[in-house]
Design a protein around this ligand. Structure first.
Ligand SMILES: Cc1cc2nc3c(=O)[nH]c(=O)nc-3n(C[C@H](O)[C@H](O)[C@H](O)COP(=O)(O)OP(=O)(O)OC[C@H]3O[C@@H](n4cnc5c(N)ncnc54)[C@H](O)[C@@H]3O)c2cc1C
Length: 398
């Protein structure tokens, strides 16, 4: 031990703990998909990277979601970011062996108004990225026929550019791959307590890096409350379940519904979206009450992820409402033309949300940037945002 070096200079903290690292080009806080996509992109560009994560494996929003890269239904600048992200996901999947499928998404229309939104999106984007399909084509892919008395599909669309990834394994597989790359260090079980230019303070000592990226999702308020408050960041809480897939389901594509069309900007920007909201208010007020986006995605093991509801507050209540959970299961069973779905797991997801915009990009000090996706599309955008960060193309939102 070099007793001549003062402990502060070696980065030893007040309890005498030394950080187990040297300095790196970039230090990323948070091993969710946003942080890990940035780490992946930094490695692609030959930079040394340190990732610091308070937990012992990824357990945040990035493992609790549908694994649906919802590319086609983005809008404006984010549409371009989503397409760049799609390319990034496929590149990373090739390099790391992560499960990713160019499986697309079906959007089921069960009224002429829902179909009108899809026709308008097709007119805007063209038939290559929005392929209208018939009720019979949907029944072939999704199963059915619809039980008596339920709302049958009148048609729909297939969105071939949407991607499927496995949320259970994507972030862990990326972290595992990164840990084997030269110049990369991952520190699990290490909570960051503060950051300033070139320096990050953690529960295991002080780290140094030329550039610091804080990718802590909804927990930004725990580190930099003012930055979170300035962007109006809240916690959005979602109810999810994993069920046994009906045998009649024959697709790896994501399956979306009219309630999904109320939530993604590519759909809500269409002229018939207003009529769709009115219609949904009349037909299914109970779904609007829980902020439902009735959708499902199949995992590689053949089970099905089913959700979700949305409720917003600064602090996420730990309690899952069984009425909302059952409503989502019933709506999905109806969508897939079965009476019931057998639940294997239930959980609650939380992500950062803001009414002020879908991204928070804030420079807190020279070389220290906070970056959070503040709408429910962080899986979709992660690799596109990472490329934009290192291209210098991501402008601060404040
Ligand atoms: C139920 C649900 C369904 C969703 N479905 C989709 C979907 O289909 N498609 C889509 O595009 N998006 C979806 N999303 C949104 C998407 O999951 C998120 O936008 C995305 O995962 C956010 O990634 P992240 O890395 O910012 O956050 P997280 O995955 O939450 O990661 C943040 C990490 O930071 C760590 N951290 C926090 N504070 C500290 C600290 N002080 N020190 C060290 N580490 C810290 C946390 O432990 C965590 O691991 C969904 C979200 C949920 C919850």
């Amino acid at each position: 031990m070099d007793t001549a070096t003062p402990s502060r200079e070696r980065g030893v903290d007040d309890l005498g703990r030394e950080p187990p690292n040297g300095s790196s080009d970039v230090l990323i806080v948070g091993a969710g998909i946003v942080g890990l996509a940035h780490a992946y992109e930094a490695v692609r560009r030959g930079q040394s990277v340190t990732v610091v994560e308070r937990d012992h494996e990824p357990v945040g929003a990035s493992v609790r979601n549908f694994g649906h890269c919802c590319v086609t239904a983005q809008h404006g600048d984010l549409l371009e970011t989503a397409y760049a992200s799609r390319a990034g996901w496929l590149h990373a999947a090739e390099a790391t062996g992560m499960w990713a499928r160019e499986a697309g998404a079906y959007v089921v229309a069960r009224s002429p108004v829902e179909l009108a939104v899809l026709e308008e999106l097709r007119a805007e984007r063209g038939g290559d990225s929005v392929r209208l399909c018939t009720a019979a084509q949907l029944a072939e892919a999704l199963g059915g026929p619809d039980p008596d008395g339920r709302r049958p599909a009148v048609g729909g669309a297939f969105l071939p550019d949407d991607l499927r990834v496995n949320p259970r394994t994507a972030a862990p597989a990326l972290a595992e791959w990164l840990s084997g790359q030269p110049g990369v260090q991952l520190h699990w079980g290490t909570a960051v307590t503060g950051a300033e230019s070139g320096t990050v303070h953690t529960t295991r000592g002080t780290f140094t890096a030329a550039r610091v990226l804080l990718c802590v999702g909804h927990d930004l308020d725990r580190l930099f409350p003012q930055a979170a408050e300035d962007h109006g960041v809240e916690r959005c809480r979602l109810t999810m379940a994993r069920v046994t897939a009906p045998e009649s389901l024959r697709t790896e594509a994501a399956v979306l519904t009219g309630t999904s069309m109320l939530r993604y900007d590519g759909f809500t920007a269409q002229p018939s979206a207003t009529a769709l909201r009115t219609e949904t208010t009349e037909h299914s007020p109970e779904l609007l009450d829980i902020g439902a986006n009735v959708m499902c995605t199949a995992l590689p093991d053949g089970t099905l992820l089913v959700g979700d509801s949305h409720s917003y507050a600064p602090t996420a209540s730990p309690f899952v409402d069984e009425g909302a959970a059952q409503l989502l299961l019933d709506a999905t069973a109806e969508l897939l033309g079965v009476d019931t779905l057998r639940v294997r797991e239930r959980w609650q997801g939380v992500y950062a949300s803001s009414a002020r915009g879908p991204l928070l990009v804030r420079d807190l000090a020279p070389g220290v940037r906070a970056l959070a996706v503040t709408s429910g599309i962080g899986m979709t955008l992660s690799f596109g945002l990472a490329a934009a960060t290192f291209d210098g193309a991501l402008q601060p939102t404040h």
